[in-house]
Design a protein around this ligand. Structure first.
Ligand SMILES: Nc1ncnc2c1ncn2[C@@H]1O[C@H](COP(=O)(O)OP(=O)(O)O)[C@@H](O)[C@H]1O
Ligand SMILES: [Mg+2]
Length: 213
């Protein structure tokens, strides 16, 4: 049965779709990956379509955008035929997002290091916690060090939320790779951005291993 990773955060522009795409790309080198886009904006669908039209051979990633009353059945169906299902959710906790969180083995909540992003993350973390789903915050577009980052990290700790050690910087490489239907590990494997994504995967692997033990 597949591992389900749901990327959720009520704040638009926090990096959900970028994170889902990059995780899918790096995971696709070793496992059968499916992306499930339940955001009506369908940016991940656009990314996947760009990927399919790439002349460069890339590891296959399956795509689905089934939502609504068929969503639960669709997740169960995809789990049977993949190793990992990554769900990209809309910028609000609607019925679909709730179901995707409930179905997740791991909920990832990207946030830029600003108070509004953290405030928006609170509802998602609360929901995942009430559903007894493991949930981790991921700092995105994070400067190496800044007063704001320190403040947000302190507030995350005070709230009792768990933040991944791995962070993603504000790098043009993420947007450039996305525009080509690729992850940064494919478009620029030696870049800092690619190293960050690989470090993120290593940390996710250890969380999953820990949970199974
Ligand atoms: N770490 C990053 N570095 C540079 N640009 C980023 C980064 N993360 C996201 N972006 C850009 O920010 C915008 C919003 O990201 P997106 O993943 O669409 O957010 P969400 O899905 O949460 O609404 C996109 O244009 C994306 O390319
Ligand atoms: Mg999105």
């Amino acid at each position: 049965m597949a591992l389900v990773i749901t990327v959720a955060q009520q704040k638009g522009g926090a990096g959900k779709t970028m994170l889902a795409a990059n995780l899918a790309a790096v995971l696709a080198t070793r496992q059968k990956v499916c992306l499930l886009d339940i955001d009506p904006q369908r940016s991940l669908m656009r990314w996947h379509a760009l990927r399919e039209s790439q002349s460069k051979p890339l590891p296959a990633i399956t795509f689905s955008d089934v939502s609504g009353w068929r969503l639960k059945l669709e997740i169960d169906r995809l789990k049977k035929t993949h190793d990992v299902v990554i769900v990209d959710s809309p910028p609000q906790i609607d019925t679909d997002a709730k179901l995707a969180i409930r179905s997740a083995d791991l909920v990832l909540v990207p946030l830029q290091p600003t108070p509004p992003d953290l405030w928006a993350a609170e509802g998602t973390v609360a929901l995942a916690t009430s559903e007894k789903r493991p949930v981790r915050l991921v700092l995105n577009r994070a400067p190496t060090a800044s007063t704001l980052r320190s403040i947000v990290e302190r507030d995350i700790a005070t709230a009792g939320f768990t933040l991944l050690t791995a962070t993603l910087g504000n790098r043009a490489g993420f947007a450039n790779a996305f525009a080509q239907g690729m992850g940064v590990t494919e478009a620029s494997p030696k870049s800092q951005a690619a190293q960050e994504v690989r470090a993120l995967l290593t940390e996710i692997d250890s969380i999953v291993t820990e949970a199974v033990r």
